[in-house]
Design a protein around this ligand. Structure first.
Ligand code: TYD
Length: 156
């Protein structure tokens, strides 16, 4: 990942972990909840064996879930879409992850043969929290924006 990268999409952010490089005896990376990762970690999952170079994962957004996604080995491309802005990031640095906040459509592709993805999540698994239909995501995203405007109007 470009070290000077700026995220343009909403509902996201960079997550920088602490690390100790100790060659040739290994590297140690640390993610503490509410320190490196801005939410309590309630679930951890990882994805490996990405042997199919044409694999595409994700293709959904979440209603409430917060996640931090890391490429802890190899590389992949993360595509983000907040309903208004799209951004494509190369994840190839285990110390630098990306926050996937609610209402952020995300897709992963371009996996290197040795890619391992680690995800830290703020809640237990719930299929009801998923938005898997892109049209529904766009509708909800638009109504959330207009909801903000009407709340502001109501507050005046
Ligand atoms: P999904 O989140 O769609 O995977 P990806 O975004 O990497 O493509 O999950 C794939 C399947 O695994 C789906 O049937 C739901 C299930 N699953 C669980 O049961 N628990 C979990 O914690 C996760 C992340 C997925």
């Amino acid at each position: 990942m470009n070290p000077r990268l700026k995220l343009r999409v909403r509902h996201s952010g960079l997550v920088d972990l602490s690390f100790f490089h100790d060659p040739p005896d290994g590297n140690l990376f640390i993610a503490e909840a509410k320190w490196h990762v801005p939410f309590p970690i309630r679930r951890v999952y990882f994805i490996n064996n990405l042997a199919n170079r044409a694999a595409v994962r994700g293709k959904h957004a979440h209603r409430k879930l917060q996640q931090a996604i890391f490429c802890i080995n190899g590389a992949f491309t993360l595509h983000l879409d907040d309903g208004r802005t799209r951004q494509r990031l190369l994840l190839n640095d285990p110390s630098r992850g990306v926050l996937l906040g609610p209402m952020l459509w995300h897709t992963m592709s371009g996996f290197s043969y040795d890619c391992v993805i680690l995800v830290l999540a703020s809640a237990r698994f719930s299929e009801r929290d998923y938005i898997r239909d892109y049209g529904e995501f766009q509708r909800l995203s638009r109504s959330a924006k207009s909801g903000t405007r009407s709340t502001r109007r109501a507050a005046r």
